[in-house]
Write a protein that binds this ligand. Structure first.
Ligand code: EPZ
Length: 424
């Protein structure tokens, strides 16, 4: 097993280049199932989840090669080897369910393991399945698998009217991909508005799809006969950007974040400015300078463009060092406070009441041995370890490797004392 060891209390200073977005790259990779042409994706982050998606697509019959500059892949699916997404892959990464829409749209069948829950919640996929049924798919649940198929008499999926009961990012992505090759027009209401949805629609349209309204809550898709391969660049990771912005603030340092897009994380920037951080934004960079005291700022997680749930744990870590109190309410997932008992081990003063947590900032926190529980919780422990004097050892760092490319290297280059160690 590996752990990360940090000697904290050092203000970070320097420049961090932001990687491509994990949550954009994963659905974009599944687009390779919708065409038999070569499909090239660039700015793909080097992450455990990307490798899991690569294994899954290869299992379906994709040939995937990394191109020489490291962050570009060529994907090509000349024919379907298997329409099954097995439990051992899906349980490792829920985003595996995103092959459902493309497999149904292109090959008329799919057998995808139910993902099961994870640390942050039960995470059902009922909205995905209802949406695909609206497009004519027949869905059966058997022995932990979704068995989906397009009835023979239909030939391919048909356009339909989908109204999501509540906002779902993955559900919107599956529906949009499935509808792109359906026969007729599809309207998706109460669609997710995340930038990754817009990025996916942009890529699909360049492949020949006819999608309008992506980024708003109503998306219209005119199904087409087929899609071509293209060369597409993944957009910057807004959650990685927000995480390193908080790394600057929590260590009272100053960082320049490059290769990013400030427009992708306006709610986070507004909250940081309200807490007293000086922020300067440019077209593809953000300068964070923290010279004043950090004040407590209340936040509530919301679907985009609200404050992202994937930034909740990081915000809590910052508020644990603030001057004053802050209330933090999680409205998206039912169990996304697993980081609280670990942050309390640093001496943080946090009380959870249902979906809300009250954080009373303190200056006498100190490093501690802690345990990562999920991806974003694990990075909140890194952040507080960077901010507090003493030594922090974070166990189960495989959670971190799912979503943060070269984390230690990026932080070390800005003065952090951070290393990966092997433990028994
Ligand atoms: C995506 O997950 C992201 N993952 C998550 O990021 C992110 O936290 C989440 O969107 C919300 O923004 C990827 O993009 C790969 P949802 P997704 O469907 O699509 C409920 C990270 O750290 N729901 O928008 O799975 C669900 O339980 C990850 O990078 C249903 O009830 O999220 C949740 O409470 C964590 N039925 C809420 O909706 C469904 O069929 C939002 O889920 C689908 C979802």
């Amino acid at each position: 097993m590996q752990a990360i060891k940090i000697h904290g209390g050092v203000p970070l200073e320097g420049t961090i280049p932001i990687s491509g977005s994990k949550n954009a790259a994963l659905p974009l990779m599944t687009l390779s199932l919708l065409t038999n042409d070569r499909f090239i994706l660039s700015n793909v982050p080097e992450l455990a989840d990307i490798n899991t998606m690569k294994c899954l697509l290869e299992q379906h019959g994709a040939s995937i090669h990394r191109l020489d500059n490291g962050n570009s892949y060529e994907l090509k699916v000349e024919g379907l080897l298997s329409s099954e997404a097995p439990y051992d892959l899906v349980r490792k990464m829920r985003a595996s369910v995103l092959v459902l829409g493309p497999l149904l749209a292109k090959y008329g069948q799919a057998k995808v393991s139910l993902p099961g829950g994870c640390a942050i919640g039960t995470r059902p996929i009922d909205f995905h399945l209802k949406a695909l049924e609206s497009l004519g798919a027949e869905i059966n649940l058997k022995s932990g698998y979704v068995e989906a198929k397009v009835p023979k008499h239909m030939g391919r999926l048909k356009g339909g009217h989908i109204v999501f009961p509540s906002i779902t990012v993955g559900g919107t992505e599956n529906a949009m991909m499935a509808a792109s090759l359906a026969n007729g027009k599809t309207i998706i209401e109460n669609a997710a508005r995340e930038p990754e949805i817009l990025d996916l629609a942009n890529c699909l349209n360049l492949m020949g799809a006819k999608i309008s309204g992506a980024g708003s809550s109503i998306i219209t898709i005119e199904g087409v006969e087929g899609l071509n391969g293209i060369n597409y660049k993944v957009l910057p990771d807004r959650i990685e950007t927000g995480t390193y912005a908080i790394a600057a603030a929590i260590t009272r340092g100053c960082l320049k974040l490059t290769n990013t897009d400030p427009n992708l994380l306006e709610a986070v920037i507004i909250a940081l400015e309200a807490s007293g951080v000086n922020i300067e934004v440019g077209e593809d960079f953000i300068n964070i300078d923290t010279s004043k005291k950090i004040r407590g700022v209340d936040i509530q997680t919301e679907p985009y463009p609200g404050f992202p749930t994937d930034m909740q744990a990081q915000w809590m870590a910052l508020m644990a060092t603030a001057d004053g109190a802050a209330m933090l309410t999680e409205t998206i997932f039912e169990n996304r406070f697993m980081h609280v008992p670990e942050l309390v081990r640093f001496g943080a003063n946090i009380n959870v009441h249902g979906k809300s947590a009250i954080i009373r900032g303190s200056e006498d926190l100190s490093g501690a041995p802690v345990m990562a529980t999920d991806l974003r919780a694990s990075v909140s422990l890194v952040l507080l370890g960077l901010a507090t004097h003493g030594t922090t050892v974070i166990n189960r760092v495989y959670h971190l490797d799912r979503g943060y490319e070269k984390l230690e290297k990026k932080l070390e280059s800005c003065g952090a004392s951070i290393e990966r160690i092997n433990i028994k």
